[in-house]
Each structure stands twice: as structure tokens, then as C-alpha cells.
Design a binder for this molecule. Structure first.
Ligand code: ATP
Ligand code: MG
Length: 600
């Protein structure tokens, strides 16, 4: 099994790695140059050889928080650049003037850094905004018009739709298709100058209305939209369409491998057509970027669609974007998931060419593996019940030694105080023990009527005790368990292993314990494919996905820092909540249980 240190891990090869290796081996990139910043051919022509062997990019639209699917894309793009001596650009694909906000920009940068990646290389910050390329995109549009590869179409939106054809019928040429280039150019400039209304005309590429690929039927490349952009303000009232903007963004940045999800496969012919035209015209340098598609991440027990995530937040089904139940990276961070766990997950699921579902358990297992390595062990009693040792002297106390990490003895042991009254888990006592129950139970009778002695268990790292009975309140509820201890049985003392017991329970000295809020998080949905088959996904939320407890913790946990992670023995991995923890009063979130509790 791979260690989480992904840099050193042996990579499973895949079709993307093969494509990159083939391109590198063929010498295709021998002539690549880099002018120091993105730009048209003139920027890069005659410049230094590109110090980056390949260039990839992560191009989110700043219109929401990143989710687990984006983590796959980030690990893939930044990981490939790292492994092949390249650079991955952090690019905001902000060509759509609406819906974009600075809040999202900041959170996206945070998330990428948190995952362990950066965009600084060879003395340059490769942090880019597609909106900085509006001039170049417009220049390219005028070139296409002048060279007969684009025209302004004045049909209405309905006419455009009606003449586009269908999957089985080809489209029809617009009456504006063969207008003189000079006329289209004049119109385009009027569009740009704000002389026409939204939707009154569009600039279209002139390709083939009879193409079986609808994306090649003279796609719109510029539209009028009198909207204020969050960076370029009111400089523009025409904006490029995504299919037009994206290939140009890649080319200006000298991207070699433009990796995207499968739904863009049908756009690849237009991607190539456009860049070829611009290279022919001398606006772009060869070699041109190459688009490669992979299957997006589909993860069971959550939803990854932006629309559904927004609904969960806006309708109050969760407490915000960073609710630890949310499959967002801000949520994962609060929950105690780790960057190393995500990188391991991305490595392990790999990339493929066909859509499939990944079981949520695989992500949890990656988190568990990394947390097992790094999380010190601590003791927490989540559902406390008093255990009173009647023959232990009142007021006395002593220390027991608990290992900080059983697989890493070099991390040493820490003292945990022991005294007459302890907290144990309520489930570690049964008045009438079930079959094969080896924890605490008082003396009684077997079902056959034979007398049965009180059970003996080891208090982990402490003494062996024998259960003698329990106290109850008026309603019959057990309020305390009673036992006696064997003074010569303390763990680590000579002869202590002479006591053979089957049960082993954890405990905290009641007078030393610190009481804290502990939140047990679980999967957000209770079914693997929420909302499948036209069901309402909201009805499939898991009501058990958050439970809040008042737990008793070992005193060492009182003063931890936000985001410190621990294994609570027998319970799972927990993190001190980075928002709600206060000095001396941490709040703990369960990241993941010790074992997969969902496996059937
Ligand atoms: P959504 O469809 O969920 O709203 P999106 O594709 O609109 O996501 P972008 O911000 O455009 O979100 O995505 C940025 C990058 O992340 C893109 O390159 C996209 O391919 C990738 N990406 C988005 N969702 C996934 C996913 N589920 N699996 C892998 N990559 C993804
Ligand atoms: Mg998108």
C-alpha cells in the first residue's frame, strides 16, 4: 500500500501520463518559448526557452466554493506539473460578468494552498485571470472576421435556435452568413461600442451548419451583455462565450495539456479549429495546447453539483459552506480531513475515460490512513457513566502511562491521572450481559439459574477491576457502576500480566476530566445516490449526520490548538474545530470513525 507521502509514491500510469510522456519524447515541445507572461505570439516569439517542461492549469469559475470534485482536478493538474518538471497555472475563468465574487476568489486560493499546491515557479507567480485577456480575445475576433472565419448574425435568439438543427437534422445557414467581412467588422465594433441591445446580434464562427457535431454549427463566440464585471468594470459590454474563451486562455498561457472533464469532449473539434485558425493567422505560436478529457469525480453519499450545494446552504439544511458535513474543501478542513488524505485519494482513484461512482468509503479510508500515521492517541469518554472503585483510597491519586502512538514508541508515553471515581462509556456496562459481552457486568445468575461472578476487566493502562454492582435512580436508570480493584495488577508493573481478562475498557479520572463539546459527524446522505431516479435528494439527507455530545476528555486535551488532530481511542479521529474552539475550551469534530461503519 502506498504511503501518503505522494511525492515519493510510485505513480500508477494512465492515459494522461502516457500522452504527456509521448509528447515529451517526440520532441514536440523542443521549440517552446515563454515570454514571461501570458500573451499572443508576439509575447513568446523569440523569447527564452520555456523553463517549464509542460504547463497545465486549474481554471475554476469564481462562482462558488470548491468541492471534492475540484480536489481531484487540482491534485491532477498540479500533480502532473510537479511530476514532469512543469508548472500549473492558477487561473480564474472569470469571463462571465455575472455571479462572480471576490469571496469565492479568496476561498479558492485558500483551498488550493491548503491542499498543498502553489503557483509560484521560476520566479513568477502563475496566478491569472481570464478577464485580463479580453483585449487579446477581441483582437482574435476581429482577425476571424477579417479572414472570413466569423460573422455577425442579426437573427433573434428564437431564429438562432430554430436554424441550429438537432442531433438528427443539420442546421440552416443564416442569411447573414455571407455578408461582407467589412460589414461584420463594422457591426462588431458597434457591438463593442454599446450601440446595440443585449441579444440583438451575436458574433459567430463560420464553420459548418451541416456538421454532425452541433458545436461546429457556427457557434456563437461573442454576445452583447451590458453588465459590470467584478474586475474589468464597464470596459466591456460584449463578452466571449466559454467555448471561445477557454482555448484562447490556454494558448495565451502556453498551456501544453489542457485537462478537462468528459462533457467537453464534443467541444474539442472547435477547440482545435479555433486555435488552428489563430495560429495560421500568426496570432498564436505552435505547438498549440492540447485538450485531454477525463471522467469527473462522482462520489456516493454526497452531492457535488453546485446547484444542489447552494440549495443545501440557502435552505438551511446545513450550517453554511464550511459545515463539516458539506463536501466542500472548507467543510472538509473543519471536519478534520487532511490535504494528504485528499492527495492519496486522488492518486488512488486515478483517472479514467468513463464515468463511474467512487464509494465514499474510499475517501474515508484515505483520511483514516493518513490520520492513523500522524494523529496522537488520546482518551475521550463520549457517553459518560461513573465507575466507583470502592476499595481505592478516597482522595488518593496516581499516574498511569498511556502511549502516544502504539505504532511509534519513539513518541513516548504520557501520564494520565487515576483516582477512585472514573468516567467510563455507558455501553461498557451491562447489568445482564449479552452473550460474549466481556466488559463490565455485576454478579448475578446465568439464564440457566447458575450463579455468575462479577466480570473482571482491565482499565486500559491501569488496574484490573471486578464489577460488584451498580447504583440506580428512582426510575431504574444506572447512575454509577461499583467495583473493586487489585492493587498488584497495574499495567507495566511486575506480575500484572498474571491477570487474564477478556475485557479492556477506557476511562478518565472524574475529578481531572475536562468536559467538552464533541460533534460526531457522519455522511450527509443516507443513500449512495441521493436524488437518483427523480427522487427529492433533500428527503434523503441523513438525520444522524451530526450529533452533539458533552464528553469527558483526558485533561491534556483542554489546551490544544484549533485544527490539532487526535485519535480518540476506540472512537475515531477528531480535530479541534477551527472556528468554535476557544482557549481552554476546545470543541472537537469527528473526522472519521476507526472502521467503516457503513460496509454491509
Ligand atoms: P460544477 O459543475 O459542479 O458547478 P464546474 O465545472 O462548473 O463545477 P468550475 O469552477 O468550472 O466548476 O471547475 C473548475 C475545474 O474543476 C474544471 O476544470 C472542472 O473540470 C473541474 N471539476 C469540476 N467538477 C469536477 C468533478 N466533479 N470532478 C473532477 N473535476 C471537476
Ligand atoms: Mg464550469
Amino acid at each position: 500500500m502506498n504511503k501518503p507521502s505522494d511525492a515519493a509514491a510510485a505513480h500508477v500510469t494512465n492515459f494522461i501520463r502516457n500522452a504527456i510522456e509521448t509528447d515529451l519524447a517526440s520532441g514536440k515541445y523542443a521549440s517552446r518559448t515563454w515570454g514571461g507572461s501570458p500573451g499572443l505570439a508576439a509575447t513568446h516569439a523569440g523569447a527564452q526557452a520555456d523553463p517549464a517542461k509542460i504547463r497545465t492549469r486549474f481554471p475554476p469559475e469564481p462562482n462558488g466554493y470548491l468541492h471534492f470534485g475540484h480536489a481531484k482536478s487540482i491534485c491532477l493538474n498540479f500533480g502532473l506539473a510537479r511530476d514532469y518538471g512543469g508548472v500549473c497555472h492558477m487561473r480564474f475563468d472569470d469571463t462571465n460578468p455575472e455571479k462572480e465574487e471576490q469571496e469565492y476568489v479568496d476561498s479558492i486560493l485558500d483551498a488550493v494552498r491548503w491542499l498543498g499546491f502553489g503557483w509560484s515557479a521560476n520566479g513568477t507567480e502563475h496566478l491569472y485571470h481570464a478577464s485580463d485577456y479580453f483585449d487579446a480575445m477581441y483582437l482574435a475576433a476581429e482577425y476571424l472576421v477579417n479572414s472570413g472565419h466569423a460573422y455577425v448574425d442579426e437573427q433573434s435568439a428564437e431564429e438562432l435556435r430554430a436554424t441550429r438543427g438537432t442531433l438528427t437534422e443539420h442546421g440552416q445557414n443564416s442569411a447573414w452568413r455571407d455578408r461582407p467581412a467589412a460589414e461584420s467588422l463594422a457591426r462588431l465594433r458597434e457591438m463593442r461600442a454599446g450601440r446595440h441591445a443585449d441579444g440583438s446580434m451575436v458574433l459567430r464562427a463560420k464553420i459548418d451548419m451541416r456538421s454532425p457535431n452541433i458545436n461546429l454549427r457556427d457557434p456563437a463566440i461573442y454576445r452583447i451583455k451590458k453588465a459590470t464585471h467584478h474586475r474589468s468594470g464597464d470596459t466591456w459590454c460584449i463578452y466571449p462565450m466559454y467555448a471561445y474563451a477557454h482555448p484562447i486562455e490556454d494558448a495565451l498561457e502556453q498551456i501544453t495539456h489542457s485537462i478537462c472533464t468528459l462533457e467537453f469532449e464534443d467541444q474539442r473539434p472547435f477547440y482545435d479549429w479555433l486555435l488552428e485558425r489563430l495560429a495560421e493567422g500568426g496570432l498564436l505560436l505552435r505547438p498549440l495546447p492540447r485538450q485531454i478529457e477525463f471522467a469527473r469525480l462522482n462520489l456516493s453519499y454526497v452531492v457535488l453539483s453546485k446547484r444542489k450545494l447552494i440549495q443545501l446552504v440557502n435552505e438551511g439544511h446545513v450550517e453554511g459552506w464550511d459545515d463539516p458535513r458539506m463536501p466542500t474543501l472548507v467543510g472538509a478542513r473543519r471536519r478534520g480531513y487532511t490535504p494528504e488524505g485528499f492527495r492519496l485519494f486522488a492518486e488512488r482513484i486515478g483517472v479514467s475515460k468513463s464515468d463511474s461512482w467512487i464509494d465514499y468509503g474510499q475517501l474515508e479510508e484515505c483520511m483514516r490512513e493518513h490520520l492513523n500515521e500522524v494523529a496522537p492517541r488520546r482518551i475521550a469518554v463520549l457517553d459518560p457513566l461513573k465507575l466507583i472503585i470502592d476499595n481505592y483510597p478516597e482522595g488518593a491519586e496516581e499516574e498511569c502511562l498511556a502511549p502516544n502512538h502504539p505504532q511509534k514508541p519513539e513518541l513516548g508515553k504520557r501520564p494520565v491521572p487515576f483516582s477512585r471515581e472514573l468516567w467510563i462509556e455507558r455501553e461498557d456496562f451491562m447489568e445482564t450481559p449479552a452473550k460474549a459481552y466481556f466488559r463490565l457486568s455485576p454478579p448475578g445468575a446465568t439464564p440457566a439459574g447458575e450463579p455468575r461472578a462479577g466480570s473482571r476487566v482491565r482499565l486500559r493502562y491501569g488496574y484490573v477491576v471486578e464489577c460488584t454492582g451498580c447504583d440506580k435512580d428512582a426510575a431504574g436508570r444506572v447512575t454509577a457502576v461499583r467495583c473493586t480493584y487489585f492493587a498488584d495488577s497495574k499495567s507495566g508493573t511486575p506480575g500484572s500480566d498474571g491477570y487474564k481478562v477478556k475485557g479492556n475498557v477506557h476511562w478518565i479520572s472524574a475529578k481531572h476530566a475536562c468536559q467538552c463539546e464533541v460533534r460526531l459527524y457522519d455522511r450527509l446522505f443516507r443513500v449512495p445516490h441521493p436524488g437518483a431516479g427523480d427522487r427529492d435528494f433533500l428527503l434523503e439527507l441523513n438525520p444522524e449526520a451530526k450529533k452533539v455530545l458533552g464528553a469527558q476528555l483526558e485533561p491534556a486535551l483542554k489546551n490544544v490548538q484549533p485544527e490539532e488532530r487526535f485519535q480518540f481511542e476506540r472512537h475515531g479521529y477528531f480535530v479541534a474545530d477551527r472556528i468554535d474552539s476557544k482557549p481552554g475550551a476546545p470543541v472537537f469534530n469527528r473526522a472519521v470513525t476507526l472502521k467503516d461503519i457503513w460496509q454491509k
